[in-house]
Ligand binder design. Structure first.
Ligand code: HEC
Length: 145
């Protein structure tokens, strides 16, 4: 019985590998991009690219484990949700009110340590923010308002 369950589970794991996520980044206009428009200092630019752009832009980089279901489905879900909430690649298309609201949210999320998501920094230790990086990002974001 036990052996049968193990074999069945193994089969399920093999079969779900055929359900791959779409890893093609949609095309976007560089002139709509947040970094292009706001031109932050190198430090802040690096933070945004390293810690936020994988989920909040159309410039997502997909590491090897995004080939492995069901982890890949879970990651893709975060990327879709992140882009829905705030897509830096479409910044120029936001209304002024939405832009200001998102800037507020960035400050809040980073202050509270909610972003970058901990499930992300668990695999991407380079995306973890030091206190200095947080302060730099927060102060710069506030200066845009
Ligand atoms: C692993 C993917 C991921 C990364 C990396 C990530 N985010 Fe998010 N972000 C999400 C998801 C998913 C949501 C929506 C759900 C939630 O709020 O938890 C979100 C929500 C947000 C929101 C809220 C938008 C709103 O209006 O409510 C802001 C602001 C935000 N993220 C900023 C950032 C910043 C800044 C970084 C980098 C320092 C970052 N995120 C890194 C996935 C991510």
């Amino acid at each position: 019985m036990k052996k049968k369950i193990v074999i069945a589970l193994g089969l399920v794991l093999v079969i779900i590998q055929f359900f791959r996520i779409d890893k093609e980044n949609p095309s976007y206009e560089m002139e709509n991009d947040f970094i292009m428009i706001t031109n932050p200092p190198e430090l802040v630019k690096g933070i945004l690219k390293n810690s936020c752009y994988d989920c909040h832009s159309f410039e997502t980089k997909y590491p090897w484990y995004t080939n492995v279901a069901p982890v890949s489905w879970w990651i893709k879900h975060h990327i879709n949700e992140g882009r829905d909430e705030l897509n830096f690649s479409e910044w120029a298309t936001f209304e002024l009110k939405r832009k200001n609201h998102k800037l507020d949210e960035i400050v809040e999320m980073v202050e509270e340590g909610e972003m970058p998501m901990s499930s992300y920094t668990w695999m991407h230790s380079e995306a973890r923010l030091t206190d200095e990086q947080k302060t730099a990002l927060i102060n710069w974001t506030k200066s845009l308002q």
